[in-house]
Write a protein that binds this ligand. Structure first.
Ligand code: OFO
Length: 175
């Protein structure tokens, strides 16, 4: 059984994860338009991941006899200044999600809700990985620099990162 405060906070997280999924989907669409296929595939996979994060929370709230609220999602931006700025926005969004997860964990402790505390540890780990991934993308983009072929190399690099992430997911699914 969830406390009302916990139920409300978990539902807010459902909204945040849903928005992340739509935001990344909008970014994927923009990348397609720009001819950045590697980035588009990466953002599409990230969007799917966020939808899974949302559903994991949704199922948990229901399992705990709470009411899971399906949120209305505000329209994400449909165009971005450039791909470097777009990835900066992704990193900023992940930091926001991490902050929100940390607040949820703190609330679960305050409410003495050990079940939610345990459940949320998966998200703590996930956010650590996501932030590290997005930080490494920032570093790679910096290394590539702003030469004439920069977009081509950024796209290739993101394509490789996406393939590596897919392999990692497949091997985790086998466990
Ligand atoms: Fe679910 O917020 Fe990113 O990972």
């Amino acid at each position: 059984m969830l406390t009302k405060k916990m139920e409300k906070a978990l539902n807010e997280q459902i909204t945040l994860e849903s928005y992340a999924s739509f935001l990344y989907l909008a970014m994927s669409s923009w990348c397609e338009e720009e001819g950045l296929e590697g980035c588009a595939a990466f953002m599409l996979r990230q969007s799917d991941e966020e939808m899974d994060h949302m559903k994991r929370l949704y199922n948990y709230v229901i399992e705990m006899d709470g009411k899971a609220i399906v949120p209305g999602i505000k329209k994400p931006p449909s165009s971005y200044k450039n791909v470097v700025q777009m990835f900066k926005q992704v990193y900023e969004h992940e930091k926001k999600v991490t902050k929100s997860i940390n607040e949820l964990v703190a609330l679960s402790s305050k409410e003495k809700d050990h079940s939610s505390f345990n459940f949320l540890q998966w998200y703590v780990e996930e956010q650590r990985e996501e932030e590290a991934l997005m930080r490494s993308i920032q570093d790679k983009i910096k290394l590539i620099g702003g030469g004439p072929q920069a977009l081509y190399y950024i796209d290739k690099e993101i394509q490789q990162i996406n393939l590596a992430e897919m392999k990692k997911e497949a091997s985790e699914a086998e466990k």
